[in-house]
Design a protein around this ligand. Structure first.
Ligand code: NAG
Ligand code: NAG
Ligand code: NAG
Ligand code: NAG
Ligand code: NAG
Length: 223
């Protein structure tokens, strides 16, 4: 009895070590920062109804296929220095194709069906969902090997700002289907507000949704 549970323990420890020490030298596969709770693929974004499943902790995730598709999932908090009590939450999901450039940078071109949710308790509209169709330049990337953590991917934004380092989660990319997954000419569904009135989800067009003030705030948030 004790022996079998010891053996089981040994086996699971060996398995765990094998799992964390997965290594690679390229960016192909699925990567996730921090505790690994934010992951591309099923479980983060639901494009059909423009909603997110909130992971237990913040983080970012990127996946790359060998044949030129990518997906990214990000859940972050942003604070505003001039209004320290106003911490906004931002969830972003987009996917599309990527091109590795001769200078080593990677250009991510979205399909156009990406979307984001912003929750800012201090903004005039405190919780909304909108389209997110921003071409992303990853100016450089690097994969390093850590004896305990395995491979880590470092991605740098267009201006050289690093994204948080990500651990290698799987060689087979964990991704939603690599094609447009929602009707982008339909109005975006606004997230249910955090009131208790039991209202169902309301439909708002983008133009009615984003006042110029909100748009300005959002622009600084997303840089
Ligand atoms: C959106 O779709 C997902 C997956 O079908 C479902 O789990 C979730 O409850 C839906 N969310 C809303 C707000 O309708
Ligand atoms: C912080 O909030 C103020 C007031 O809403 C706004 O004017 C300013 O642009 C914000 N700064 C950042 C970096 O978001
Ligand atoms: C690398 O190439 C991309 C795409 O052509 C370009 O946008 C970027 O500015 C270049 N980066 C550097 C450091 O030259
Ligand atoms: C997304 O952005 C690209 C590049 O700017 C553009 O060609 C495309 O039409 C956009 N798609 C949508 C649905 O707005
Ligand atoms: C997409 O949405 C538009 C506007 O609501 C609608 O006219 C069109 O039929 C929809 N297309 C599909 C394929 O559902």
């Amino acid at each position: 009895m004790i022996l079998t549970s010891l053996l089981a323990l040994f086996a699971s420890t060996a398995l765990a070590q094998q799992a964390v020490q997965q290594t690679t030298t390229t960016y192909f596969g699925t990567w996730s920062s921090g505790s690994g709770n934010v992951l591309t693929g099923p479980g983060f974004a639901n494009p059909a109804n423009e909603s997110f499943n909130y992971p237990p902790t913040t983080g970012i995730s990127y996946s790359f296929t060998q044949d030129g598709f990518y997906e990214t999932a990000r859940y972050r908090f942003n604070s505003n220095g001039s209004m320290p009590n106003c911490i906004s939450a931002n969830l972003v999901w987009h996917h599309g194709t990527y091109q590795q450039q001769p200078n080593g940078s990677i250009v991510l071109t979205p399909f156009g069906d990406g979307f984001q949710q912003v929750q800012d308790p201090c903004a005039p509209v405190s919780n909304f969902v909108q389209n997110y169709n921003v071409t992303e330049l990853l100016s450089t990337w690097a994969v390093t090997q850590d004896p305990i953590l395995g491979s880590r991917l470092f991605l740098y934004q267009f201006d050289g700002t690093p994204w948080p380092p990500m651990l290698f989660m799987s060689a087979t990319p964990n991704m939603l289907p690599t094609r447009s997954l929602r009707n982008i000419s339909a109005p975006v569904v606004i997230a249910k507000r955090s009131t208790n009135d039991g209202d169902s989800v309301r439909l708002w067009g983008i133009s009615g949704l984003v006042s110029s003030a909100v748009a300005a705030g959002l622009a600084s948030l997303l840089l």
